[in-house]
Design a protein around this ligand. Structure first.
Ligand code: FMN
Length: 160
């Protein structure tokens, strides 16, 4: 069965809340889904998943260094993530506080790995962005991100 991992970094819990909701969306599509903090994620295990969704707080308009390090360390497995489905999300303090650049930075790293990224016509085009703690609307966007990554994984694996 196809599998999804949601990896996040969170210092004060906002991105972690989002990660759990993203995972719920993927689980509701019937896929085995795990949520892990970046500190407990080994870059090698990324190879084992068909969908990889990454969340980070916005720090200076970019992902936290812990997330960048995961990608930097994953160069050892360069070529192994080709064709996997990716997605990203963030929490920032401010509207236009660099949240979209944070999401796009994560998506860029995924694209350099040869991964596939799908946007949405709904709000959160690049991925969900919460201002502080995610409100109901953003939680919905998070769930929808998990759902659409799972949906695409199933299509790619011929399970749908
Ligand atoms: C080092 C640092 C840099 C930050 N840089 C930004 C920023 O550029 N823009 C912004 O809107 N918020 C910024 N913030 C605020 C965090 O993105 C925000 O508090 C976020 O909700 C934290 O997520 P977390 O609860 O998952 O740790 C920064 C916070 C820290 C600690």
């Amino acid at each position: 069965m196809a599998r999804i991992i949601v990896v996040y970094y969170s210092r004060t819990g906002n991105t972690e809340k989002m990660a759990k909701e993203v995972a719920k969306g993927a689980m509701e599509e019937g896929l085995e889904t795990i949520v892990k903090s970046v500190e407990e994620t080994n870059p090698e295990e990324l190879k084992e998943y068909d969908g990889i969704i990454v969340g980070s707080p916005t720090y200076f308009g970019a992902p936290a260094w812990e997330i960048k390090k995961l990608f930097d360390d994953s160069v050892k497995y360069y070529g192994s993530l080709i064709g996997k489905i990716g997605g990203a999300f963030t929490s920032s303090a401010n509207i236009a506080g660099g949240n979209e650049t944070t999401i796009l930075s994560i998506l860029q790293m995924m694209l350099i790995h040869g991964m596939i990224v799908q946007g949405t016509t709904e709000s959160g085009h690049y991925g969900p962005a919460a201002i502080g703690s995610p409100d109901e609307e953003v939680l919905k966007e998070c769930k929808y991100l998990g759902k659409r990554v799972a949906d695409l994984v199933k299509k790619m694996k011929g399970e749908k």
